[in-house]
Ligand binder design. Structure first.
Ligand SMILES: NC(=O)c1ccc[n+]([C@@H]2O[C@H](COP(=O)([O-])OP(=O)(O)OC[C@H]3O[C@@H](n4cnc5c(N)ncnc54)[C@H](OP(=O)(O)O)[C@@H]3O)[C@@H](O)[C@H]2O)c1
Length: 273
């Protein structure tokens, strides 16, 4: 039976760009892409060159070629450079993953004032990501030899539109909600040439999750129906699916990767409150 998607027989992305691939979720995405047979992967980073080199080494252990590129997404010239570098070194790009995001929860930035953290999140995760995506889309739309619809994937956050108490919710909520809204709007603009989706991770055990106290550990496990933290690999597998032709009829969607949000109210919690 002919493939109604009209896509090439290659179901998985051959060439992919992963922003923020020097650690955490981005690193896992780059490795998962390579594990699934990607040929060339651009490993983007901002300051952690050693982390990016480690990702590149793991990517290459699966036989893929890794290309490193350093760029600060809050700087316009850097965004131009990244996009130009990506298209000149990878030539064709099947999947572009906007994963990079400022870490305002661990390290030096954790002690900044609320407004300063918010400004950084807006500059990188929101404005930087949107401006970058517009450049990528322009490149793709100018290419006439596209065999199949390339995919762009954004990383949001499952609680952004639902609400979470505290400064983290008040900072990440509006920023990640806007990122997911942008993904849906962009999908409307560029279909059917380009597919646009977002993944909304839940409690994923990356840098912050590895150093939390018992309260957050219990909370993360309790709020997932699967009763565990998510892993960067859980998110990576969803991104690979949305990058591949397996999802060729999926666009304008936000896929929550959080083990299912737990809406149950357990009997033993009755007595503990
Ligand atoms: N972990 C979670 O539970 C969770 C949940 C929901 C959503 N997310 C989102 O998932 C994404 C990855 O999170 P993660 O936990 O894996 O974070 P992470 O380990 O801190 O990785 C963040 C990546 O973004 C890059 N980055 C930071 N500032 C940048 C800038 N100004 N310009 C360009 N790149 C920059 C970092 O590069 P360098 O280190 O090289 O500077 C790093 O590669 C983020 O967008 C985050 O908001 C995470």
């Amino acid at each position: 039976m002919p493939d109604p998607s009209g896509t090439s027989p290659t179901k998985l992305p051959r060439h992919a760009v992963i922003t923020g691939a020097s650690s955490g979720i981005g690193k896992a995405i780059a490795i998962e892409m390579a594990r699934h047979g990607a040929h060339r992967i651009l490993v983007h980073y901002c300051s952690n060159q050693a982390g990016a080199e480690q990702t590149a080494a793991e990517v290459e252990s699966f036989g893929a070629q890794a290309v490193l590129c350093k760029a600060d997404l809050s700087i316009s010239d850097d965004r131009d450079f990244l996009v130009h570098d990506a298209f000149s070194k990878l030539e064709t790009i099947d999947a572009w993953v906007n994963n990079a995001g400022v870490d305002v929860l661990t390290g030096d930035t954790a002690s900044l004032e609320f407004e300063e953290k918010l400004e950084r999140l807006v500059a990188v995760d929101l404005l930087g990501t949107i401006s970058l995506s517009r450049l990528v889309v322009d490149y793709w739309l100018r290419q006439t030899d596209c065999q199949s619809a390339p995919a762009i994937i954004f990383i949001g956050w499952d609680q952004a539109t639902e609400g979470m108490e505290g400064e983290a919710g008040e900072m990440f909520g509006p920023v990640k909600a806007a990122v997911m809204a942008y993904a849906k709007n962009l999908a409307q603009s560029v279909a059917p040439r380009i597919r646009v989706n977002a993944v909304a991770p839940g409690w994923i055990r990356t840098a912050w999750g590895s150093e939390v106290d018992g309260y957050w550990d219990r909370r993360a496990k309790h709020q997932s129906l699967m009763r565990r933290w998510g892993t960067p690999e859980d998110v990576a597998r969803a991104v690979v699916f949305l990058s591949s032709a397996e999802s060729s009829f999926v666009t304008g969607q936000v896929l929550e990767v959080n083990g299912g949000w737990n809406r149950r109210y357990e009997r033993d919690e009755d007595s503990s409150s």
